[in-house]
Design a protein around this ligand. Structure first.
Ligand code: TYD
Length: 209
């Protein structure tokens, strides 16, 4: 739908708890040219950040699984409309911390609601304005390693960090099953040290130029 010669590249970084995603996002910020747009899902724009606070808050514990899913989809819809679509259209490169695959992994697989998959796909198709990732990089961490890292952090855990290992196993399964549906897939073993993971991320990003 966009002027294909001018459209910017769209890279998504995905990964479970404690995969080192935040550290690697920081490195990408240093590596990529000025003018690259960095954002996060849920969030990135005011309404998206409002929804983020709501859906990740302790008060939202135990909300209906469909409500949870639709809040993530709503946050993403606004992020696309306000930031990602205009940026790509203007030829900017966009790097997004999480995206549609997170909803498939967490709300469909983690929450064991396979019946929601067609809903997720059809809502996304209806609202994405052509903003499908060119590349999705999945930092694949085993739940044991990831949760141990997450628990060692100083920040308070979010609602999802608190889920059992079995939940995170299902999340991982969901990621692996659907990774190839959203742009060129890269799966990186994130149990390894940060430096080695970074090396693979650099290769993935460079493969686009
Ligand atoms: P965040 O603190 O950003 O976690 P991380 O540093 O691991 O990215 O919180 C985002 C949380 O929201 C994370 O636990 C995954 C969850 N999430 C979903 O469950 N569904 C979604 O669609 C998205 C985008 C995130």
């Amino acid at each position: 739908m966009y002027n294909s010669g001018m459209r910017g590249k769209f890279i998504v970084l995905e990964g479970g708890e404690g995969s080192g995603k935040s550290v690697q996002m920081g490195r990408l910020r240093e590596m990529l040219p000025k003018g690259t747009v960095f954002t996060r899902d849920p969030g990135g724009v005011e309404t998206g950040e409002d929804i983020r606070r709501m859906v990740l808050s302790k008060e939202a514990r135990g909300i209906d699984t469909a409500t949870e899913l639709l809040l993530f989809m709503a946050a993403r819809t606004q992020l696309i409309a306000e930031l990602i679509a205009p940026a790509l259209e203007n030829g900017k490169m966009v790097i997004c911390d999480r995206y549609i695959l997170s909803t498939i992994a967490y709300q469909v697989y983690g929450r064991q609601k396979r019946e929601y998959l067609p809903l997720v796909k059809s809502v996304f198709a209806a609202v994405n304005r052509g903003c499908v990732p060119d590349v999705t990089i999945f930092l694949d961490v085993s739940p044991e390693v990831g949760l141990a890292r997450a628990h060692a952090r100083l920040e308070a855990p979010n609602r999802f960090d608190e889920e059992a290992v079995a939940f995170h196993e299902r999340v991982r399964e969901g990621y692996k099953k659907h990774l190839s549906e959203y742009g060129k897939p890269f799966i990186i073993d994130a149990d390894r040290p940060i430096e080695e993971v970074w090396h693979n991320i650099e290769e993935a990003v460079q493969s686009m130029f």
